[in-house]
Design a binder for this molecule. Structure first.
Ligand code: RRO
Length: 312
């Protein structure tokens, strides 16, 4: 009932983790692989391992979360070794996702060359939207730079590739980014990364709640759902149909998942709520989404996928 088409792949259900949550170590990745989730993605990797920003660097908030992790990860070789071993063991036909986030254009190219030359057969996600590395602006807010990176990457990269995008807030920006993305043989885009550089104040202490960047960090959870839905919808109506969409942002229950699918998402990633509930959340979400579909008389996602109604 919950099977979802994603280009030439079919997943048993659309749910997976959002990169960064429950995917730093082999132990966490194995827990996702053996959970109810339809797939999973590894923590965005850099060439060398990184410790990330000083703690506290993640806090749950009343309606979501704020983080400034600063790209902590165990280095690309750690995840690539795991991925190549894991892909042999997996009984599912559809492959999992491997995320990379270089700190420069040159590092992104080097990371993707490494994946291209490796035995990894899954899908690669290029994260162009990390909001939390001091002194490094989010790449995907620089349109010419994004275009230039994609042009270079598709000069040599022949495996399935998607990009993780930050939220956009203006129709002109959706138009401009879609025009760039449509030039390339992308497998998918993932919208949205956290809303960058939010600020949360603890009313009891008059203080910010995370240490890095004087409290500025990426906002996730319930706060961001309307922005995430807008980004999924805006790209679904602008991108060529070969480019699939992963909807990420504010999914806490079956209704949130249903809305992302209605806007045109084909896979769904869970960040903040997975952090709060752990991998058992996937069982709950699949049940809740199936119950909504049953109530509405749908037998498959394809019957309502992308079919958001507007008012004449
Ligand atoms: O590690 C992080 O601080 C981080 C990354 Br790379 C990202 O893409 N999104 C986010 O909210 N945090």
């Amino acid at each position: 009932m919950l099977a979802t088409n994603f280009g030439k792949f079919t997943y048993k259900n659309p749910f997976m983790n959002a990169s960064g949550v429950h995917c730093m170590t082999i132990e966490e990745l194995d827990e996702l692989a053996s959970s109810t989730a339809g797939s999973f993605v590894t923590k965005s990797a850099t060439l060398e391992a990184r410790a990330g920003n000083p703690e506290p660097r993640y806090t749950d908030l009343p309606l979501g979360s704020i983080n400034s992790m600063g790209l902590p990860n165990l280095g690309v070789d750690y995840y690539l070794d795991y991925a190549i071993k894991k892909q042999q063991e997996m009984t599912q036909q559809a492959p999992f996702f491997f995320s990379v986030a270089g700190m420069s254009v040159a590092e992104n190219i080097e990371l993707l060359k490494k994946i291209q030359e490796s035995d990894f057969e899954g899908i690669t996600e290029l994260n162009l939207s990390c909001p939390n590395v001091p002194g490094k602006p989010q790449v995907a807010y620089d349109f010419p730079l994004t275009d230039q990176i994609l042009e270079t990457v598709f000069g040599f990269f022949t495996k399935p590739l998607g990009v993780k995008l930050p939220p956009y807030f203006d129709l002109a920006h959706f138009d401009e980014m879609a025009k760039i993305l449509n030039k390339y043989p992308l497998t998918y885009i993932n919208s949205i990364n956290s809303i960058g550089n939010a600020l949360f104040i603890d009313p009891a202490t008059d203080s910010v709640v995370i240490k890095p960047k004087d409290g500025f960090g990426g906002l996730g959870g319930e706060y961001v759902k309307p922005t995430a839905l807008a980004n999924v919808r805006a790209f679904y109506t602008r991108l060529k149909p070969e480019i699939k969409i992963i909807g990420t942002g504010g999914i806490r229950n079956g209704q949130d998942a249903y809305e992302h699918l209605l806007c045109g998402a084909s896979m769904l990633q869970i960040g903040t709520e997975l952090q709060k509930e752990g991998p058992a959340i996937f069982e709950r979400l699949t049940k809740e989404l199936a119950a909504i579909m049953k109530e509405k008389g749908y037998q498959s996602i394809s019957e309502f996928h992308g079919k958001l109604k507007t008012i004449d």
